[in-house]
Design a protein around this ligand. Structure first.
Ligand code: SF4
Length: 363
């Protein structure tokens, strides 16, 4: 039984450093780099993977989710849907003045607070909106719900919506599930698998407690060799080995991955719109298609809370072009940032101060 070292490569700095460590510490034939292609990547990332393959003399296995079956089943479901029931929803309870009522603990009646110390609002189950597909919505959805071959778009058509911070099914379906399937096949073939992950604790709050290694069981381990590193250490490590960073870091991108990510920061969205306008144009087209697949008739790439009931108003306020305009405003979103037009889209800017490493590019 041999040990296989599966390295998840995203085209970003952390996974590149992790790959370099794996190649230095393990037999090359047992290092298996994989890339989970979401279909929402920048062309530079695909080119960077080609560059890594050439520079390191390795093969990166591209994994791409296929939702043909799910879309077929959804088409059948929509065509046959004759449900007339209503979907139960929970609504916040308000007092006579319209103020939310705080929940109380059954028994002693003590006020309830969540883990962050915020009051928990009392909710009540009530009859919600109809869940049936109207004939019009059916016709609209069935006219576009065909596999496009793009995993991100097909996933959203199948779900009838874009992912959101609370329902981040993109990561699960397009990345985690693909990587797990790859590793399970290796385990079924009798190998032990170590999954190498380029995760750093100081990357985000969610990752602050990430462990160096974990035993998942059944012959699978997780190893995070750079868990204590800083971003600067990561760049230095690759540079010392003559490996240049993904060029996207030199063009204002703080992270490499989906272009854009549903959770991208305001300044990232602004930089993407300025430097890569073809990507917002693609997202706008996806919003049109996914809206047609939605029972409600609309879905926006970047979701947010909205009070309006009219779907046209919500779509107008939250679609990608409106969000880009918002990204050009100063804090508070009311006033346009007058310095924004002075930004030079052709110049070199980096969230990590990599501009002075442009010599690496030339090397
Ligand atoms: S969370 Fe962002 S980067 Fe991750 S799959 Fe979803 S859109 Fe892509």
């Amino acid at each position: 039984m041999s040990i296989k070292h599966v390295v998840s490569v995203s085209g970003g700095k952390d996974s590149t450093a992790t790959l370099l460590i794996a190649l230095e510490r393990c037999p090359r034939e047992d290092v298996l780099p994989i890339f989970c292609d979401t279909g929402n990547e920048h062309a530079d990332t695909y080119a960077y993977l080609d560059y890594l393959e050439l520079a390191l003399d390795i093969k990166i296995t591209r994994l791409k989710a296929d939702f043909t079956e799910q879309l077929g089943a959804k088409r059948q479901f929509i065509a046959r849907d004759v449900r007339t029931r209503r979907e139960a929803v929970r609504r916040e309870v308000v007092d006579a003045q319209g103020r939310p009522v705080q929940a109380r603990r059954p028994g002693d009646g003590a006020l309830i607070f969540d883990a962050a110390g915020k009051p928990v609002i009392k909710t009540r189950k009530c009859t919600g909106r109809k869940v049936r597909w109207s004939n019009r919505a059916k016709r609209r959805a069935l006219s576009v719900m065909y596999p496009s071959g793009n995993p991100f778009l097909d996933l959203c058509m199948w779900k009838g919506r874009f992912p959101s911070r609370k329902a981040q099914f993109c990561t699960q379906e397009l990345k985690t599930a693909m990587a797990v399937e790859f590793q399970l096949e290796l385990m079924e073939a009798g190998h032990q698998v170590i999954s190498w992950q380029g995760i750093r604790r100081n990357e985000s709050q969610n990752r602050r407690n990430a462990k160096l290694s974990e035993r998942v069981g059944g012959g699978l381990w997780i190893f995070r060799p750079i868990v204590e590193w800083t971003a600067e250490q990561v760049f230095e490590f690759a540079a010392a080995r003559g490996i240049r960073p993904n060029p996207l870091y030199l063009q204002g991108m703080g992270r490499v991955g989906c272009m854009p990510c549903i959770n991208c920061r305001k300044d990232e969205l602004r930089a993407i719109a300025l430097r890569f306008p073809e990507h917002p144009a693609r997202i706008a087209e996806w919003e049109r298609i996914v809206s047609m697949c939605s029972k409600r008739g609309f879905s926006t790439f970047m979701a947010d809370a909205h009070d309006a009931k009219d779907r046209r108003v919500i779509f107008a306020d939250l679609n990608i072009w409106t969000r880009i305009e918002w990204s050009k405003t100063t804090r508070g979103g009311q006033q346009r940032d007058l310095l924004i037009d002075l930004d030079d889209a052709g110049g070199c800017s980096s969230s990590y101060g990599l501009c002075d490493q442009s010599s690496l590019e030339a090397a």
